[in-house]
Design a protein around this ligand. Structure first.
Ligand code: CU
Length: 151
């Protein structure tokens, strides 16, 4: 996974989300967060579903590591590569086009850091909402069993 355009110097939680519609939220998903209009992680879950595997850099990759902020990539742009084993539910979601990668952590107020501008995260009130709000999103496409058509 290659990402760019993120807030520098902070960890970005990332997950494969499953059991939703397999889509990314539009602006219509935004709600009032501490007086500002933005999309929280739970606002986006109608589109991309629940947290499945956590795309950590080391150790556990289960949903239990969803907010393991010391084990996610840090920075504005990076390449992430890791081989992980997923359960049957996640594999089924990937095959069905209903698995979505979401990278979290936004600079809502342009301050260059995570602030409390949007209040606390609904996932963990010890974290600011900006740290868990979705930043990047993309639906996974499964490789056809006989390989991808290229040209
Ligand atoms: Cu996520």
């Amino acid at each position: 996974m290659t990402v760019k355009g993120l807030l520098a110097g902070v960890p970005h939680a990332a997950h494969i989300h499953v059991d939703g519609m397999g889509t990314c939220p539009t602006a219509a998903a935004a709600t009032n967060l501490n007086g500002h209009i933005a999309i929280s992680t739970t606002d986006g879950m109608k589109s991309y579903g629940m947290i499945g595997p956590s795309l950590t850099t080391s150790g556990d990759t289960s949903p239990a590591s969803a907010l393991a902020v010391t084990r996610f990539p840090v920075g504005s742009s990076y390449q992430y590569s890791r081989t992980i084993t997923v359960n049957n539910d996640v594999a089924s979601n990937i095959r069905a086009g209903k698995a979505v990668i979401v990278v979290h952590g936004i600079d809502y107020d342009g301050s260059g850091k995570f602030t409390n501008v949007l209040g606390p995260s609904e996932l963990d009130p010890k974290l600011p909402q900006v740290a868990t709000a979705p930043a990047l999103c993309g639906t996974l496409k499964a490789m056809p069993s006989k390989g991808a058509a290229t040209g």
